[in-house]
Design a protein around this ligand. Structure first.
Ligand SMILES: O=C(O)C(=O)C[C@H](O)[C@@H](O)CO
Length: 270
């Protein structure tokens, strides 16, 4: 059995100058295989299983990875934090692409790369007999190929992270840097206002800086115009929605068409 090739990594790392189509994704916070499978064939390039803010755990993440495996969409797993033991378990259940929140130094980036690699490049523990990732020792040459199919993207979403963009990008094994406008807005004194002009300008500058390093720049923007503007600034992957918001907003609009309800439709995601 051959190891699954990471098409998300291939898309993000397309050679500079190549005709690179930005990869558009959706955050998944409903934490169930059914809701993940419902959106699996809707046309997104990637779907993010969120373990930071979404109520996901290892079991729900596994179920969604299994559900998505049948579809031409790339699963990305956002970790809750930088814990190498938690990353090891996510690797072993088969996650190949990661988004790690709140990275603020090159040192943190180096530690995160090591958490996703086997020795000697890293500290990932060996347990392939128990790992879906290796199809329980069914994948031939797993140890020779596993590290190469890992896609590690890190979130810069604070003033300190902004200051460290080039240091983080310089770390071998970091494939992309994703700007989180909501947490960055909070760090810049604009809590709840990711669309504030100062935040928008700062995000755009950060994307351009990331792209200039040669690493893939990523961003979160639920406003289509903002997402396209950020892609023009250098974003190569963009999360443009959240499943929870899609559900709630559709329900609010449908109810309003029958009842005299005035519930607000959630705009930008936070
Ligand atoms: O800080 C951000 O922006 C992100 O990291 C995305 C957030 O998690 C949130 O906006 C998703 O709803």
């Amino acid at each position: 059995m051959k190891l699954h090739r990471n098409t998300f990594k291939q898309a993000l790392l397309a050679p500079a100058g190549a005709e690179v189509k930005p990869q558009f994704g959706l955050f998944l916070g409903l934490a169930h295989a059914i809701s993940a499978e419902i959106v699996a064939d809707t046309g997104f390039d990637w779907l993010l299983i969120d373990n930071e803010h979404g109520p996901n755990d290892l079991a729900t993440t596994l179920a969604q990875l299994q559900a998505l495996a049948a579809y031409p969409v790339a699963p990305v797993v956002r970790t809750a934090n930088h814990d190498p033991a938690a990353i090891k378990k996510l690797l072993d259940i088969g996650a190949q692409s990661f988004l790690v929140p709140m990275v603020e130094t090159g040192e943190q980036a180096r530690a995160l790369v090591r958490a996703t690699r086997y020795p000697p490049a890293g500290i990932r523990g060996v347990g392939t007999a128990l790992a879906r990732a290796a199809h329980w020792n069914g994948v031939t040459d797993y140890f020779a190929e596993a590290d190469g199919e890992i896609c590690l993207t890190l979130q810069v979403e604070s003033r300190a992270g902004l200051d460290a963009i080039e240091d983080i990008a310089a770390v071998e094994g970091v494939d992309g840097i994703f700007v989180g406008p909501s947490d960055l807005a909070a760090s810049l004194g604009h809590l709840g206002r990711p669309g504030h002009p100062d935040v928008v300008a700062t995000v755009g500058d950060a994307l351009a800086r990331i792209a200039a390093t040669g690493k893939a720049a990523g961003v979160f923007a639920t406003d289509p115009e903002a997402a396209r503007a950020y892609c023009a600034k250098g974003a190569r992957f963009a999360a443009v929605g959240v499943d929870t918001l899609l559900l709630r907003n559709a329900a609010v609009r449908l109810a309003q068409s029958f009842n005299d309800t005035t519930r607000a439709v959630a705009g930008a995601a936070y």
